[in-house]
Design a protein. Sequence first.
Length: 336
Amino acid sequence: MRSALVAAIMVAGLILADSRSSVMGSQASDGKAIFLVNCAVCHQATGRGGGPYPPLAGNPDVNAVDSANLIQTVLNGRTGPITVNGTQYGGNMPSWRGQLSDEQIAAVLTYVRTSWQNGAPAVSEDQVAAARAPEALSGAQLFAVRCSTCHQSAGQGTDAYPPLAGNPVVTAADPSMMIGVIVNGRTGPITVNAKTFNGQMPTWKGQLTDANIAAVATYIRSAWGNDASPVTEQQVAGIGSPVSVQVGASVFAKNCAACHQAQGEGGIGPALAGNPHVNIANPTMMLTTILQGRNAMPSWRGQLAASDIAAVATFIRSSWGNNAGPVTVQDVNAIK
């Protein structure tokens, strides 16, 4: 009698454990629940987004038939501005690699792609697994997949995006500037061979590995008549946050000069030339003003990428007699 009772209790325990396991499994693959816990704080429960975070409802990238880019964004995160339905957003998307399983990512993306009147195909666990460990691609293949839409298949560029064929930055002996643009992205006008272009270059750090960036950069530097040396993975890894004075000057001219004047002498806004807040060793106060705004100064958080804010701050701190140190993206991202 006692042994029968023990056996019954053991069976009941196994049934209960199996039931709990089933519940946990269903929760793990419940896309809506995963979305509400992990994504709704930025993109809102309605998928409409808010502030610097783009909407998912009616978002063309979300509704694309090919879900590869969307999966990569969730796995690897992304930084830098993104334009959705004509509006630019600048919120940083964290990487969920290691935070969510393939099953969970597939479930939440399927939920997002089928909610709020979105009507895209479901995402499978196998698709996420393939994106998490992609097969190695050659530089030419990576260019065709990632770059040719803007720069064209023969590197000739368009009216918005500069050519890569015969581009002096591409063929320079030192590839650092080119690598920096690929790694960090850039916005604002750029002049190549006496023609000005104003297309936005996304940040590929986190989207491509150092090895992949080295491969595509090497391909570009040796294609379409270009004849520059290859790029190594170590060179890519050595590229830090951009502090390009050239990029900073473009950002300043476009966004700041109207108030602070072209030579930083001040006008509607205070003078930046000789300004002690600009020249102080620690750039925190200056960056806080740029990011959060102050009095008539607007907030640039979400309007400019962190890389552009670092570049323009570096430009200001080194122009018109100012002599302060450069600003990094890490400095910018540290400002809450």
